[in-house]
Design a protein around this ligand. Structure first.
Ligand code: CMC
Length: 431
């Protein structure tokens, strides 16, 4: 972090404070308010962190106005088009693209860790069959702390490395098993001769009576979905992971916290909510009614898969996802799917509507991902677990970066207290 010659001056009451400023390698300058309370006796107020940088990071950069997403400087469309998920994992974790040898070594290490401790199968069985796979994932990933004691010491760089590889490797197995358990089918173990995406598809769709032939186009589409969701700088779930980790919690507990945050419909849960919305709309003639509802201030309905806190232009991930959706649906011969027709018409209608243009609401990554996943055979309840599998590397990379920063400290926001001031307790009989 570089301190610039620029400063910001803040005047209030009879005080005048000079605050240092930092210039990032890309993006707007930031005002450093760390000494504000000590020197000025005031806090800042920013619910939702709309103007607050919580850390410095070298992993991911988003220019929301341009619709640009870079991982370690590389544009997401280039990574989605030319690279693959495990290579992007390496890039996010270690900062540079790997050599062929480094990539092979990394892929081997991930592949060797895909199995789960056998006793974990009992843990899955403890859930009700109708449990949402995200509920199972929060529980099982948190429980990894109880199974992998040799990688919970966050002060040991080797243990941090082992925990990182374990999480990336085992998350597809956990998500696939949550799915299998949820639908009442036997759990399918990973196979080390398959690539990351193919292995996941097979663990989800193979049954003891019939193996699953992995179609390379579907496997490529799955890998692309993983790649497009791999990291997204300080979003809600990543900030949750960083905050949980700031207290010194073990990596499995921190990632379980991230999964819990991702579940909400304003974040990762939007892909499930979006497909459910498209189904509810049902036919193109009902689109105007739903657009009107989204614009009505008195109606809580929002167009799922539209809008983003940071992107005020097209989400670059949505563009790649749309192209992938076209390829997959053509391959599967379902390009006349009514949900897809509704999605296409809804996108055009919303983009042509002044309300969405004025508020800069564009389709986000979740608008098309659900359509691809459904065409592949996943039920909507699996959409957010798949997002969790993909985002694990982002959480881990940000967790690792935070722990490697010697200046890191516990996250502890302040508040604007609006409650009662001191008052005396009144005995129950006198109230
Ligand atoms: N449909 C209709 N109106 C919307 C929508 C929408 N999807 N999104 C935002 N608005 C309106 C909102 O009503 C508000 O209007 P006004 O200024 O008149 O009060 C304005 O746009 C700004 O909205 P906001 O809620 O203040 O913006 P935010 O940055 O806090 O919220 C968001 C961002 C993603 C939560 C929101 O756009 C949303 O709820 N979208 C639908 C859910 C969704 O698709 N989420 C996935 C995000 S991408 C993947 C991920 O991050 O996990």
């Amino acid at each position: 972090m570089t301190i610039t010659n620029k400063t910001a001056t803040l005047s209030f009451d009879d005080k005048q404070l000079t605050l240092p400023m930092h210039s990032p390698t890309a993006g707007p300058d930031v005002i450093d308010i760390r000494k504000l309370y000590a020197e000025g006796g005031v806090f800042t107020y920013d619910p939702g962190f709309t103007s607050t940088a919580s850390c410095d990071s070298t992993i991911t950069f988003i220019d929301g106005d341009k619709g640009e997403l870079l991982h370690r400087g590389y544009p997401i469309d280039q990574l989605a088009g030319k690279s693959h998920y495990l290579e992007v994992c390496y890039l996010l974790l270690y900062g540079e693209l790997p050599s062929a040898e480094q990539l092979e070594d990394f892929e081997n290490r991930v592949t060797m860790h895909t199995m789960l401790h056998e006793q974990m199968t009992y843990f899955f069985r403890g859930f009700r069959r109708d449990a949402h796979p995200m509920a199972i994932m929060v529980g099982v990933v948190g429980a990894m702390s109880a199974f992998y004691h040799d990688s919970t010491d966050i002060t040991d760089p080797w243990q941090r490395e082992v925990a990182s590889i374990r999480l990336i490797a085992k998350m597809p197995t956990i998500a696939a098993w949550a799915f299998k358990y949820h639908i009442g089918q036997p759990l399918v173990h990973p196979r080390n001769d398959l690539d990351y995406a193919s292995n996941f598809l097979r663990m989800c769709f193979a049954v003891p009576t019939e193996d699953y032939e992995v179609n390379p186009i579907l496997s490529r589409a799955m890998d692309r979905i993983f790649t497009l969701h791999a990291d997204h700088e300080q979003n809600a779930s990543t900030s949750t992971v960083r905050l949980a980790s700031s207290s010194g919690a073990n990596p499995f507990a921190c990632i379980a916290a991230g999964i819990a945050c991702l579940w909400g419909p304003a974040h990762g849960g939007a892909n499930q909510a979006c497909l459910e919305m498209l189904r509810e709309i049902g036919t193109v003639d009902r689109i105007p009614m739903f657009i009107d509802r989204a614009k009505d201030k008195g109606d809580p309905f929002r167009l799922m898969g539209f809008g983003h806190r940071v992107y005020k232009n097209f989400d670059p991930r949505a563009k790649v996802m749309k192209q992938s959706a076209d390829e997959v649906l053509e391959l599967l011969g379902v390009d006349d799917n009514p949900v897809l027709q509704v999605a296409k018409e809804l996108e055009s209608a919303a983009l042509a509507d002044p309300y969405f243009a004025e508020k800069k609401l564009f389709p986000n990554v979740d608008f098309y991902s659900g359509i691809i996943l459904e065409a592949m055979g996943f039920p909507t309840s699996m959409f957010t677990p798949i997002f969790a599998v993909s985002r694990t590397v982002g959480w881990i990379s940000q967790w690792k970066e935070q722990l490697e920063d010697p200046a890191h400290k516990i996250g502890r926001p302040r508040q604007l207290y609006m409650g009662a001031t001191t008052r005396d307790y009144v005995n129950v009989e006198d109230r």
